[in-house]
Design a protein around this ligand. Structure first.
Ligand SMILES: [Zn+2]
Ligand SMILES: [Zn+2]
Length: 327
């Protein structure tokens, strides 16, 4: 993620800022990728702290308008959890927009979000035909850590959830292309095998022995769809770690130049080599505060090959297709 210029003074603005350090209200223009000091602000600004601009006063921003279902505000903490979830969604949408996905120039199907609070029964997150369902309850740190530990996962965040479900949607967007589908099946296996039975088997029996040699996460071993989604999530994680590292003005020996743009990098092998190097440096920094690692994963060759495959499709998936309007 970029770090942004302050339009009314000195200093920087960070992606989630609603105001400058001096208290001047600002809003983010996702098309220009810049902060502006004047309305029209998103009409959700006062409700969930959305800091994006709207086309006109009283309208929702480009991100909020994608949310067709918001959580029932009478559920405890629902609005606070929704606000955190929408912030994660804006971040991921801006990331994917660097490859033109879901921006105005992308004339394909854009996502519709169902942001649901939880009652006694957990909400099943998922993607179906362009609709992404997210449980906003997981914005609650206690609930999220409880589930992370129960599932024996090293990492669980709202940004991770949004990336994972949008990864399924990106597969669905690419899947009408024969060249994509044939290459996908050669790399990940046949996704037409029974999905629900595969997931049930995963939850009943756990991952296969030695899954670490072939998959990035144990969940990725459940089914080719999940292997794609986990791989695409990690492409987004690593590209954004590298981009945020550069934007913050940090230096490291593996960086090609201080102006290197990870989202424009065409050499996938190089991108992941650099990003892993940067992630390990930040892991070390996090340990200085007793925090968990920024990127608690090891990238073995088979998982790396899948990331390279996914990166190539996410980076240029809209090019050479009728889905991209001429800019
Ligand atoms: Zn908004
Ligand atoms: Zn999934």
């Amino acid at each position: 993620m970029f770090v942004f210029a302050n339009p009314v003074g000195s200093g920087s603005l960070w992606f989630n800022n609603l105001a400058t350090a001096d208290g001047v209200p600002v809003a983010y223009d996702p098309q220009a990728r810049a902060f502006l000091p004047m309305p029209p602000f998103c009409s959700n600004r006062g409700v969930i702290g959305c800091n994006w601009i709207a086309a006109q006063q009283g309208q929702l921003c480009r991100s909020c308008v994608m949310t067709a279902l918001a959580p029932d505000p009478s559920t405890a903490n629902a609005t606070r959890n929704w606000a955190d979830t929408e912030a994660a969604k804006r971040w991921v949408l801006d990331n994917l927009g660097r490859w033109h996905w879901f921006r105005p120039e992308d004339s394909g199907v854009h996502p519709v979000f169902h942001m649901l609070a939880e009652g006694p029964t957990p909400v099943q997150m998922g993607h179906a035909n362009g609709v992404v369902t997210i449980s906003v309850a997981e914005a609650d740190p206690v609930l999220r850590v409880t589930r992370r530990q129960a599932l024996d996962e090293p990492y669980r965040t709202m940004i991770g959830h949004v990336r994972h479900e949008l990864a399924h949607m990106l597969w669905w967007r690419l899947s009408p292309r024969d060249d994509f589908l044939n290459a996908f099946r050669a790399m990940f296996g046949d996704e037409r095998t029974d999905y629900h039975a595969a997931l049930q088997r995963h939850y009943d029996n756990g991952p296969p022995t030695g899954w670490q040699q072939r998959f990035l996460t144990s969940y990725a071993s459940a089914h080719p769809h999940e292997d794609w989604a986990e791989s695409a999530t990690h492409v987004m994680h690593l590209t954004d770690i590298a981009d945020s590292f550069v934007a913050s003005g940090l230096a490291a020996p593996e960086l090609p130049s201080p102006r290197w743009d990870p989202y424009a990098e065409t050499d996938s092998e190089r991108l992941f080599h650099i990003a892993m190097g940067l992630a390990m440096r930040v892991n070390h920094i996090n340990r200085s505060m007793g925090l968990s690692d920024l990127y608690p994963f090891v990238l073995l060759p088979s998982a790396r090959a899948k990331l390279i495959f996914v990166h190539n499709w996410l980076r240029r998936g809209l090019w050479n297709s009728e889905n991209l309007r001429l800019l």
